[in-house]
Design a protein around this ligand. Sequence first.
Ligand code: F6P
Length: 347
Amino acid sequence: MSQKTKGMRIGILTAGGDCPGINAAIRGVGKTAILEYGMEVIGISSGFLGLINKEYFPLGEDDLSGILTHGGTILGTSREKPFKKKDGPGPRIDKPKLIKKHYDELGLHALVCIGGNGTQRTASLLAEEGLNVVGLPKTIDNDVWGTDITFGFDSALWIATESIDRLHSTANSHKRIMVIEVMGHHAGWLALYSGIAGGGDLILLPEIDYSEAIIADYLENRARLKKPYSIVVVAEGISRPEKQPAAQYIGQVIKEKTGLETRETILGYIQRGGSPSPMDRILATRYGATAVEMIAQEKFGVMVATKGNAITSVPLKEIGEKLKTVPTDHPLIRKARNMDICFGDQQ
Ligand code: F6P
């Protein structure tokens, strides 16, 4: 055990949308900190809100036992954005100042921020305020810039793919078009990967503008070729009329333009629930352990990341507001097009 870090106190918080694997990451941070570096670990409740309200609790080895396989986050989460200017009447609380005050009062040497792009942005701004922060990239959307993959993505991919698999049999029984909406916020990673893994025929991504006429022609052509059914996978973030769910809109377009019998499924929060996949458990554990190593090396203001098979780190200030969306020339898209999978655009 390193004597330099013995007794050092670190905080962990989880912010943004929850996903499978967060508890595995907390366990990776906590166990490495306590057992390898002799650190003391504090769990911050409900993301940045817990630092604003000074809601926290000690995390001992016993608290970390048995959480590897549990979905959700034992710390709770929120979408609190402390740097967001509050509109409207009433006193404006200086939340960043409160966070710094409570960080100091808690005697924290460092803070591990587990979250998506919004969380990493807040972590970067807190680093500029003088906090020692290390970010861990977490989200089912896989849209955090600077890392090849976020944990949570693989688990959601399994859930979405398994769901699409189930749609094939009912679509075939009724000779229907099945439209399934997957999450992903403004990025199409989950739709692209689950669409291909699940044998989708037509995949709509926010990154590729689609034509309703091309969608209709493609599906009508499949019907003419006596294909018994079609599977349409749409990302929730595709362009569509305000407030209308993507699957509902695309289903309506298909019915109106082709007359083909169509049904819609919106997967929603199922993709965020349950136990993490083995790969997410491994990735979250690697990220968590690496975060503590960064702290021991006094390497702050960074986010742990994957580049290929290597675990590395990127400066938080480089991430900023950037989003990692699907490049339209992604090799997977080219391969899918070569197998006559349609992306709703002219090819
Ligand atoms: O960021 C994860 C995510 O599930 C997105 O895919 C989705 O658009 C969003 O969170 C939903 O946000 P909320 O949990 O606040 O409803």
